[in-house]
Write a protein that binds this ligand. Structure first.
Ligand code: ZN
Length: 246
């Protein structure tokens, strides 16, 4: 599978860069993972938004869903040369008000993954874990069925010990790392140190830091995570347009 960074800032867009969104592709299946601010414009540099097979959302904070509405408009208004399928958008139903917005007649349909033990989504099997965050958020573990390769995305989360099992043996661990070391046990986000420690304990093969802060030295953030992982695995920063073969 291939992961492409569409947006990787946390909280708000800054200096031309948008917030959380990733394109996950396998066997011709195109999945948009979160749809933060600016994601639709950047997505167009990779594929036509009309080529998406599905969208999946970790939670309903604006920096993860800001472009869902305009994506629906794109599907609704772009001139049709043939009948367009309804776009499936997967989200959790614990917040019914936001979940209801995922459905637009003849355009998109919300699918609730709440309580689903394993979601079969195109070439992937997906499992979920509730995170520590001010609103309900789910981390996701994707297994590519044809290869057994594992990709784990934290969504947004403060430190949670169960991530060690959830991220176990991941080929790529994409971790919300909004905070520098020294701010551990935050109510909403990992620190670099926590991302690194979890990765090492979980036997992760590669750590990618995302939900990046607008302020501060990102290379320092990366070094802190790498040191916490005792330099046992590669640690990279997400950056718009960057791709990872998993
Ligand atoms: Zn959030």
């Amino acid at each position: 599978m291939k992961l492409t960074v569409i947006g990787c800032l946390g909280g708000y867009p800054y200096k031309g860069q948008g917030t959380t969104s990733f394109l996950l592709q396998s066997e011709g299946f195109n999945l948009l993972l979160d749809a933060g601010s600016g994601s639709l414009i950047q997505l167009e540099n990779e594929i036509s938004p009309l080529a998406l097979d599905a969208v999946i959302l970790s939670h309903y904070h604006p920096d993860h869903i800001a472009d869902v509405g305009v994506l629906q408009h794109y599907w609704q208004l772009f001139p049709k040369t043939e009948e367009r399928p309804v776009l499936p958008i997967y989200g959790h139903g614990e917040d019914q008000e936001n979940f209801a917005r995922l459905s637009l007649p003849n355009v998109s349909e919300g699918h609730d993954y709440l309580g689903v033990e394993q979601l079969n989504l195109g070439p992937f099997s997906v499992t979920f874990m509730k995170t520590i965050h001010p609103v309900v958020c789910y981390a996701m573990r994707f297994v590519e069925n044809s290869t057994g390769k594992i990709f784990v995305f934290t969504g947004d989360s403060g430190y949670l010990e169960t991530f060690v099992d959830f991220a176990r043996d991941a080929d790529l661990f994409l971790a919300d790392t909004y905070l520098f070391a020294g701010n551990e046990k935050h109510i909403a986000h990992f620190t670099s140190k926590e991302a690194g420690e979890i990765s090492r304990e979980a036997g992760v093969k590669k750590l990618v830091l995302t939900h990046l802060p607008q302020q501060g030295d990102l290379e320092q953030l990366r070094l802190e995570a790498s040191q916490a992982a005792k330099d046992e695995l590669p640690v990279e920063l997400a950056a718009i347009g960057k791709t990872f073969e998993i």
